[in-house]
Design a protein. Structure first.
Length: 154
C-alpha cells in the first residue's frame, strides 16, 4: 500500500508488509519436475523481495539446504550461493525461547512442531503473513495469517 508523500512532487511513502517465507517456496524455485510451480515460486519471491519485507528463519535456511541438496540433488555450491543471498532478508534465529514458543503453539494449535516453529518465528519478527503451502491457507496463528501463494484464489 502506498500513501502520498509529504513532500511536493511524485514521491510516495510506501507501507510494506513483513512476510515470512516458508521453506517450500524456496525449494520450488529449484524443482525441475514441476516447471509451472517453479516459475510461480520465482515470481512470488521476486515480488516479495521487490515490494515487501521478506523474513525467514535459520530453520528455513537449514531445511532448504538439506532438501535442495538431497531430494533435488542440486549442486551444493549453487545452493550455498543462493543461501548467501538470504542476507538481504531478515533472519530470525531459532533460540531456546523460540523453540519453547514453538512447542506451545504446537500443543495449543495442534500443528506439527516444525510448522509451529515457523509460526513462532513469524510472530517474533512481527510478520503480518506467512507464505506457505504446508499450513492451512486463511488460518491465523497468534495474529499471523497463513497464505498459500500457490492456491488458485491467490
Amino acid at each position: 500500500m502506498c500513501l502520498p508523500g509529504i513532500k511536493a512532487g511524485r514521491e510516495k511513502s510506501c507501507i510494506v508488509s513483513k512476510i515470512f517465507i516458508d521453506t517450500n517456496i524456496f525449494v520450488y524455485t529449484l524443482d525441475g519436475k514441476n516447471m509451472d510451480k517453479r516459475e510461480k515460486a520465482r515470481e512470488i519471491l521476486k515480488r516479495l523481495v521487490d515490494m515487501h519485507h521478506p523474513v525467514i528463519s535459520t530453520q528455513v535456511i537449514k531445511e532448504f539446504y538439506v532438501v535442495a541438496t538431497t531430494k533435488l540433488k542440486a549442486d551444493r555450491m549453487v545452493v550455498k550461493n543462493i543461501i548467501h543471498n538470504f542476507r538481504n532478508m531478515e533472519v530470525v534465529q531459532n533460540d531456546l525461547e523460540l523453540i519453547e514458543q514453538g512447542i506451545d503453539i504446537s500443543i495449543i494449535s495442534q500443528v506439527s512442531f516444525w510448522d509451529a516453529l515457523i509460526v513462532a518465528a513469524a510472530e517474533k519478527a512481527k510478520c503480518e503473513f506467512i507464505y506457505s503451502e504446508d499450513l492451512g491457507s486463511g488460518q491465523t496463528f497468534r495474529g499471523v495469517m497463513v497464505i498459500n501463494p500457490f492456491a488458485d484464489d491467490f
